[in-house]
Design a protein around this ligand. Structure first.
Ligand SMILES: O=P(O)(O)OC[C@H]1O[C@](O)(CO)[C@@H](O)[C@@H]1O
Length: 395
């Protein structure tokens, strides 16, 4: 059972308010993603017809059921599909709507259907383009001078690399944390990194669960951070939670982990050392990769199943990456920004940290002065622009 919190729940975000960010995601972003997917591979007419049907459904229609023989139909029923089928995508919880959209998109392209498209990730071309971009080379080259710096600087740079990587911007250059935003408000709106480091002393015994977000230029710095923590003895073991199937365009799957590892091991200089550290940690069991079905559930983590709760309870620290995981961690609700992070995560089965750039309206744990400065400088744009970030920890 979740631990009690005295904070009354705020309203769950829906997508039915024109002009709001959730509405724009459903009304504009989802159709654009369907177009992008159409162009990613030479899909056959049947796949195009299924994409046409999904486009009509998600813009003007209602939520359709999964096929009767879908392998995960019962799971989605337990996650709410029975209650939401037949309703407008805009009138059910936004988190649910968005998550089910990606499930139906995979249905449309035959990802789960025996045949030629089985297991073909429609987002793989864009993920690979990002992984192989010259910017990634530059960012990996920055690891060479970093290797000469004192350990505490490396700690900080790699933590910030993982944090800002969520903006698809590897930030392990030491200046990243000071980079100015458009309004000159601080890039980090909340910074509990000292608590985070205090939870991982270099004793070699800690277990880290890292619940990953995006592939490519976010996953690379996540992996670098894990390699660094293992090398420094701040952790003895890590479990990397990834998605069981392609999700939210760029979310990391096991194939993406393997692509990222190969990218590291084939790079020149220090990057390859990190790659080899990770490769041997996987082969000797110090780094495990796990694709729990709940990783792509349309539900907050407060509703996580008992097996996952048990697993996270044994971790020294669980780090959740990214915006979507943050929404799921604190509940996808329009909290007053000063709602204590400790209250809304009181249910979590162990120490937990969020590393997130701000890309949706949900926010907790701000002090009143920070919130006032952000609003004065940017109105409400700071919530969704991706130019601000946070490190929040419940020890
Ligand atoms: O990759 P991240 O950081 O989880 O961000 C994904 C975010 O993108 C959106 O899908 C649309 O902007 C948000 O709903 C979601 O929170």
């Amino acid at each position: 059972m979740p631990e009690r919190s005295d904070t009354p729940p705020a309203s769950v975000l829906l997508g039915n308010e024109p002009g709001s960010f959730p509405h724009s995601v459903l009304a504009e972003r989802h159709p654009a993603i369907i177009s992008q997917v159409r162009d990613s591979f030479p899909y056959d007419p049947e796949r195009h017809r299924a994409l046409d049907a999904l486009l009509a459904s998600c813009t003007k229609g209602v939520i359709e059921p999964l096929p009767a023989d879908a392998h995960d139909r019962d799971r989605w029923a337990a996650w709410g599909a029975e209650a939401y089928t037949g309703r407008s995508w805009f009138d059910v919880p936004w988190l649910w709507s968005e998550s089910f959209f990606y499930r139906q998109l995979l249905e449309a392209v035959g990802y789960f259907t025996p045949g030629p498209w089985l297991g073909i990730d429609p987002f793989r071309p864009s993920k690979l383009a990002e992984l192989n971009a010259p910017e990634t080379d530059e960012e990996l080259a920055a690891l060479d001078p970093l290797a000469e710096r004192p350990t505490d600087e490396q700690d900080r740079a790699l933590l910030h690399g993982s944090l800002w990587g969520n903006r698809a911007d590897l930030g392990f250059r030491l200046s990243a944390a000071q980079a100015a935003t458009a309004s000159d408000t601080p890039p980090l709106v909340s910074d509990d990194s000292e608590t985070l480091w205090s939870l991982l002393p270099p004793s070699g015994t800690a277990t880290l669960c890292l619940i990953a977000d995006n592939a490519g230029r976010e996953l690379i710095p996540d992996l670098l951070l894990i390699a660094h923590l293992l090398t420094q003895g701040r952790i003895g073991r890590a479990v990397l939670h990834i998605k069981p199937y392609p999700y939210y365009v760029s979310d990391a799957t096991h194939a993406d982990v393997l692509d990222a590892l190969r990218r590291l091991t084939s790079a020149p200089g220090a990057a390859a050392d990190y790659g080899r550290t990770l490769w041997s940690a996987i082969t000797d069991g110090r780094l495990a990769v796990r694709a729990h079905p709940f990783s792509s559930a349309p539900l907050p983590y407060a509703e996580m199943p008992a097996d996952l709760r048990g697993e996270l309870a044994t971790a020294t620290l669980t780090v959740l990456k990214g915006d979507l995981n943050y929404r799921r961690l604190v509940g996808d609700r329009l909290w007053p920004p000063t709602t204590p992070f400790l209250d809304v995560t009181a249910y979590f089965p162990g120490s937990v940290a969020a590393l997130r750039t701000l890309k949706s309206d949900v926010i907790t744990g701000l002090d009143a002065r920070t919130e006032a400065a952000l609003v004065a400088a940017e109105g409400q744009k700071w919530r969704t622009g991706g130019t601000h970030a946070l490190i929040q920890v419940r020890g």
